[in-house]
Ligand binder design. Structure first.
Ligand SMILES: [Zn+2]
Ligand SMILES: [Zn+2]
Length: 155
């Protein structure tokens, strides 16, 4: 006989509140619980996925399927935003070091591919060298302008 599961009724895990015990057991004998998400949907969750310990290596469940998917998408967006901010900061620093060494108008260009798209422009200048060691603006979807023969490399 599997041991009687710990009573989790009414406990809250992220967006989930434990509503009632389920008859279902996992292969290893874990109990399942029916939980209600803050959006109103219900989800059956095995007890070993209900944890307040977010630092542990096993993933925990904190929302219904739909909300979990949205939370995942948000996490990816937040990570992309952070990486883009870091890229722009790096471009600003690289360009500050190139002042006087490259045409001034390059330093007025958008900082990154995403920045150029945001501004409706096609060129950007990160202040970095391409694989062929050119220092030149890039075109979105087109790569290094010096490689493309459009602009001579500055250095
Ligand atoms: Zn939900
Ligand atoms: Zn190049």
């Amino acid at each position: 006989m599997p041991s009687k599961p710990r009573n989790r009724l009414g406990e809250v895990y992220g967006q989930l509140t434990v509503l009632r015990a389920s008859e279902r057991r996992s292969a290893s004998g874990n109990a399942y619980w029916w939980c209600r998400c803050s959006c109103g949907r219900e989800r059956e969750v095995p007890s070993d996925k209900l944890s307040h310990n977010l630092a542990r290596s096993k993933p925990v469940i904190t929302a219904c399927l739909q909300c979990s998917r949205e939370l995942q998408i948000e996490a990816v967006c937040a990570k992309n935003d952070r990486e883009e901010r870091e890229r722009r900061q790096a471009a600003l620093e690289a360009r500050a070091a190139l002042k006087g060494l490259v045409p001034e108008r390059w330093l007025q260009l958008p900082l990154t591919d995403a920045h150029a798209r945001e501004l409706g422009q096609v060129l950007f200048f990160r202040g970095t060298r391409c694989l062929r060691d050119h220092l030149a603006p890039y075109r979105i979807n087109g790569g290094c302008q010096a490689c493309a023969g459009q602009t001579p490399s500055a250095l």
